[in-house]
Design a protein around this ligand. Structure first.
Ligand code: SAM
Length: 287
């Protein structure tokens, strides 16, 4: 039987609590109550979270749970939960697990049929998307791009035909280089939003074509400071490069196979519609 400790907290439950991404006033009243009532708070950086907890006069004991101790710390927290204690997980900013630690803990705890309760709140990518003016019906969160220049360009290249709004977390140190790669790979006209220092004093949310944004960021070093999210409009144009690739594959296959078979194989290989591949094959035959 579950014992109710307070109106908010149940024993033996793990609470995933979102915290502010800058403005301390963005912690929800429910989050404050949970953080006050749980037996222990697992924080990514206990010193960093100390400021937030102090601000709300929360005196609950904290333990660290970060990238380097998550495996071992998760086992310890699981034992505490199994004894009936309640635990809250917070990260340095925003929603835990979103480019932050916590995945191993949550999956372990769920494997043991212990209740996991999300306490929703801030998340930089959603905050940025909601104000960017870019399509928000379909989007893909890509986290941080790889630090290595070559791998980063490969990832951007693989995303260039994606029709969804693409969302990246980026370090201000790499912002200029990333925008330069984006201009190169995604084209200078693609709309991009730079959402910087969200909820803070110098909050800046600017949506422009990539080349213009790069020129502006380059000319104003203040734009290369603080925390930022980059959101890139999806590619809504016809995908001409895909067609070129399909034509290349079809021309090869048509030397060996009948039209229908060559079209079906091309469609499968390039993940395109069979009708489209068939249409292209007929066109090529008529050339
Ligand atoms: N868990 C967090 C969340 O829910 O958004 C994100 C943690 S991730 C380690 C940190 C990155 O989030 C930063 O490098 C930046 O890209 C983005 N971010 C966090 N706070 C931000 C803010 N106030 N303004 C803009 N971007 C922010």
């Amino acid at each position: 039987m579950t014992i109710i400790k307070s109106a908010t907290i149940e024993e033996a439950s793990l609470y995933i609590v979102a915290t502010p991404i800058g403005n301390l006033a963005d912690l929800s009243p429910r989050a404050v109550e949970v953080l006050q009532e749980v037996d222990v708070i697992a924080a990514e950086d206990t010193r960093h979270s100390g400021h937030l907890l102090q601000h709300y006069a929360i005196k609950t004991p904290t333990v660290s749970l970060h990238e380097h101790n998550e495996q071992q710390r998760s086992e310890v927290l699981l034992t505490r939960l199994q004894k009936g204690e309640s635990v809250a997980l917070i990260s340095d900013a925003g929603t835990p697990l979103i480019s932050d630690p916590g995945y191993r803990l949550v999956s372990l705890v769920r494997e043991h049929n212990i209740k996991v309760v999300p306490i929703p709140g801030c998340c930089a990518l959603i905050t940025a998307l909601s104000a960017s003016g870019l399509p928000s019906d379909k989007f893909s969160f890509e986290g941080f791009l790889p630090a290595k220049a070559g791998t980063k360009r490969q990832v951007l290249d693989s995303l260039k035909n994606d029709a969804r709004t693409l969302i990246f977390y980026e370090s201000p140190r790499r912002l200029k280089a990333t925008l330069t790669d984006m201009v190169d790979i995604l084209g200078p006209e693609r709309q991009v939003c730079l959402a910087r220092e969200l909820t803070k004093l110098h909050e800046t949310i600017v949506t422009q074509p990539l080349a213009e944004l790069l020129t502006w960021v380059d000319s104003d070093s203040n734009q290369q400071r603080g925390e930022c999210v980059l959101l890139v409009a999806g590619n809504t144009e016809q995908h001409a490069p895909d067609e070129l690739e399909a034509e290349r594959v079809l021309s090869l296959l048509l030397t060996e196979l009948p039209v229908k078979k060559a079209a079906a194989m091309t469609a499968k290989l390039l993940d395109m519609s069979k009708n489209k591949a068939y249409e292209l094959a007929l066109k090529l035959q008529q050339k």
